[in-house]
Ligand binder design. Structure first.
Ligand SMILES: Cc1ncc(COP(=O)(O)O)c(C=O)c1O
Length: 440
C-alpha cells in the first residue's frame, strides 16, 4: 500500500493549472468568461450571483479524470448550489447527484436526473421523504441509524420494492477543518452510525426482507486540505467491509467516501487530485466495489461571484464602512463560519482602503468582511464577492423581508438568468389573507 499521506497541496500534473476562477480583468474591469460583470449588473440588477459554466465543467472533469483508474461515479452534492442551470451542466457531464431532502430530490428529478443517478442522504429523513426516494427508485439511501433501516424496510414492504441501502458510517477520524461546524466524521458527531455499531447495523439490514445492503458511506467534513481523514476513514470502511463480508453479507457494491475536498478562498492551494487518487484508489480497488464521491464545494465553490452595489460609505468610531445591498441574507458564510471571501471592485479602483463591508440587515453580525484591505470603493460602485458558488444562494434567506437576488449563468460570451430575482409578492405568496380558524 503506498504511504501517501499528509497535505493535499503538493503540486502534480492534475493539481497544476486548476482553473481557480472564470473571472479575469479586461482593461481593468472584471469579466466572467466573455461577459463583463458590469453588463450583468446593468441588465439584471444587484444583488446577483454570477456563475461560470466553464469552471463547473473544468472541476468536474478534473475530478472525474483523477478517479478514472477505477470504476467510480461522482454524485454532485446538490446542497452546495442547486439551481437547475448548474444541475443541467453537471448532468450533461455525466454526474450523478447526492440529495438530502424531498425538495432536493424533486429538484434533481426536474433537472432530468433519473432515480438511478441519485444518492439520498441526511441525518433526519422523514417517512414521507423515504417513501418519495423509494418511489423515485434512487440508487441508494444512506441510512444513519438502525431505526432508520427498519423504517426504510417497512416502507419498502408497503411499496412492494427492495430498498437499496448504504450505511453512513461515522469513521471517528480526526478532521482538520477551518471551522468546527464543517467537521462531521469525529467521535460524537450527530452524523452516521458509530463505527463500532456498524457491523450490527449491517446484520440488521441483511436480515430484513425488503432491504438490500449495497454500500458503506462516510462524509468526514468539508473544506479539507489533508489526505489523512480520507485515508483513515477509507481504511476504516474497508475494515468494516471485511467484517460484514465475514458475516456472510455479499451484496455490497459501493464505497462512498463523501465530499469535502477543499477550495481556495484566499491563498490556499487547490487540492492535488492525483495525490488524492494515488492514496485512495489502491485502498478501494481491491475491494471490487465502485467508488462514489459526493463533492459539492470542490465542483462549484470557485465558480461564482456575488455582485453587490455600495449603497453608502460612512465613517463611524474610527472605522470605515461600505454598506452594500447584499449582506448575511445573500451570503451567511462570513458571519456563520467566519469565512473569508475576497472582495474586489468590478471597475478599476484608484487606490486601497481598509473597510468593514456590511449589509443592510438589522444585525451587528451582518457583514461580508471586517477590517478588509481592499480596492478603494465609493457609493454607487459595484463589488464582486468571490467564490460564492457553494453555500451562497442556497443558504440565502428572506430575513428582514428581503427578496432573494437573481442567479445568472455565464457560458462563453452569453449569459442567462437561471433564477429570477424574487419580488415582494413572492414574500407573502404563502400567507393567507383570510386564515381559516379551527376550534381546538
Ligand atoms: C453527506 C454529505 N456529503 C457531501 C457533502 C458535500 O461537502 P462539500 O461541499 O464539502 O464537498 C456534504 C456537505 O455538508 C454532506 O453533508
Amino acid at each position: 500500500m503506498p504511504q501517501v499521506r499528509g497535505s493535499l497541496h503538493e503540486r502534480s500534473v492534475v493539481g497544476e493549472g486548476v482553473l481557480t476562477s472564470g473571472f479575469t480583468r479586461v482593461n481593468g474591469a472584471l469579466v466572467c468568461e466573455g461577459v463583463p460583470l458590469a453588463r450583468v449588473a446593468e441588465d439584471v440588477g444587484t444583488p446577483a450571483y454570477v456563475y461560470s459554466a466553464s469552471v463547473v465543467r473544468d472541476r468536474f472533469s478534473r475530478l472525474d479524470a483523477a478517479l478514472a483508474p477505477m470504476p467510480h461515479r461522482i454524485h454532485y452534492t446538490l446542497k452546495a448550489n442547486s439551481n437547475r442551470g448548474v444541475l443541467r451542466i453537471l448532468r450533461e457531464m455525466g454526474a450523478g447527484v447526492d440529495v438530502v431532502s424531498g425538495g432536493e430530490l424533486q429538484r434533481a428529478l426536474r433537472a432530468g436526473f433519473d432515480g438511478s443517478d441519485i444518492l439520498f442522504g441526511g441525518v433526519g429523513k422523514s417517512e414521507r421523504e423515504l417513501r418519495e426516494a423509494l418511489e423515485a427508485g434512487v440508487l441508494m439511501i444512506n441510512v444513519e441509524s438502525s431505526a432508520e433501516i427498519r423504517l426504510v424496510d417497512e416502507i419498502a414492504r408497503e411499496l412492494g420494492v427492495i430498498a437499496p441501502v448504504g450505511i453512513r458510517v461515522n469513521p471517528e477520524v480526526t478532521v482538520e477543518s477551518s471551522h468546527r461546524y464543517i467537521k462531521t466524521g469525529e467521535k460524537g458527531a450527530k452524523f452516521g452510525i458509530p463505527f463500532d455499531e456498524v457491523r450490527e447495523a449491517a446484520r440488521i439490514a441483511a436480515d430484513l426482507s425488503h432491504t438490500q445492503l449495497l454500500g458503506l458511506d462516510m462524509h468526514v467534513g468539508s473544506q479539507l486540505f489533508r489526505l489523512d481523514p480520507y485515508v483513515d476513514g477509507t481504511e476504516r470502511l474497508v475494515e468494516l467491509l471485511g467484517q460484514i463480508r465475514q458475516d456472510g453479507v455479499d451484496t455490497l457494491r459501493f464505497l462512498d467516501i463523501g465530499g469535502g475536498l477543499g477550495v481556495s478562498y484566499d491563498d490556499e492551494e487547490s487540492p492535488d487530485l492525483s495525490r488524492f487518487a494515488r492514496a485512495l484508489v489502491p485502498r478501494i480497488q481491491p475491494t471490487g466495489l465502485t467508488l462514489l464521491m459526493e463533492p459539492g464545494r470542490y465542483i462549484v465553490g470557485n465558480c461564482g461571484v456575488l455582485l453587490t452595489r455600495v449603497l453608502y460609505r460612512k465613517h463611524s468610531g474610527g472605522r470605515e464602512f461600505l454598506v452594500t445591498d447584499a449582506g448575511m441574507t445573500e451570503l451567511i458564510r462570513p458571519s456563520h463560519y467566519d469565512a473569508y471571501h475576497r472582495i474586489d471592485t468590478v471597475q478599476p479602483s484608484a487606490g486601497q482602503m481598509t473597510a468593514d463591508v456590511v449589509g443592510p440587515v438589522c444585525e451587528s453580525g451582518d457583514f461580508l468582511a471586517l477590517d478588509r484591505e481592499m480596492d478603494e470603493a465609493h457609493a454607487g460602485d459595484l463589488l464582486a464577492v468571490h467564490d460564492v458558488g457553494a453555500y451562497g444562494y442556497v443558504m440565502a434567506s428572506n430575513y428582514n423581508s428581503r427578496p432573494r437576488g437573481a442567479e445568472v449563468l455565464v457560458d462563453g460570451e452569453r449569459f442567462a438568468v437561471v433564477t429570477a430575482r424574487e419580488q415582494y409578492d413572492d414574500l407573502i405568496r404563502l400567507e393567507l389573507d383570510d386564515p381559516e380558524w379551527r376550534d381546538s
